[in-house]
Design a protein around this ligand. Structure first.
Ligand SMILES: [Zn+2]
Length: 175
């Protein structure tokens, strides 16, 4: 089953292994529905947040990924938003973990669809952020931290198309 909407075996509410696929009332797509308790399995994208991390002088900090997806390729710092976390706080935390820098969070650049581990569907909110402090990665996801000028940005070596889209939009706004 490649459709992520259909991937479930045991009911998270009642524990039964009793799903049938049908279109629930007031819906327009088939979903797994538990015949034991009526639980309907809706799957949405997972929320992530990331930061276009810059120094205020035209340089950008990227991380080279140590893990798949996109191992060996570049990304800006980012990761999943925890359930009790505001997205800008998640982006600031990921910057800290992946680069060691403190991030002064700026405006939202946009929301982008992406793919995460095991082909998980992800929506990433991308913010602009200014870095301060010193680099020091504590993340096993990161192989290398590097600063790029706008001219050096590794456009063909990004792990995620969403990074390219967000960076292009951000750079398009800079006068
Ligand atoms: Zn159930």
């Amino acid at each position: 089953m490649n459709d992520p909407r259909q991937k479930i075996r045991y009911c998270p509410r009642c524990g039964a292994r009793a799903f049938e696929t049908r279109v629930p009332r007031a819906d327009d797509r088939p979903r797994p529905v538990c015949t034991g308790c009526g639980y309907i399995h809706y799957v949405g994208p997972v929320l992530a947040a990331g930061a276009i991390l810059h120094d205020g002088a035209g340089r950008f900090c990227l991380v080279r990924r140590a893990l798949d997806p996109g191992r060996g390729k570049w990304s800006f710092p980012g990761g999943f938003v925890d359930v009790d976390e505001a997205p800008p706080d998640a982006a600031r935390r990921e910057v800290q973990e992946e680069t060691g820098y403190e991030a002064e969070m700026g405006s939202l650049i946009g929301a982008y669809q992406s793919r995460g581990p095991r082909n998980k569907r992800v929506v990433i909110l991308v913010y602009e952020a200014r870095a301060s402090g010193d680099p020091n990665t504590t993340s096993e996801e990161v192989e290398e931290i590097k600063w790029f000028t706008q001219e050096d940005l590794p456009w063909t070596e990004f792990a995620f198309e969403s990074s390219v889209q967000a960076l292009r939009e951000f750079l398009g706004r800079v006068p």
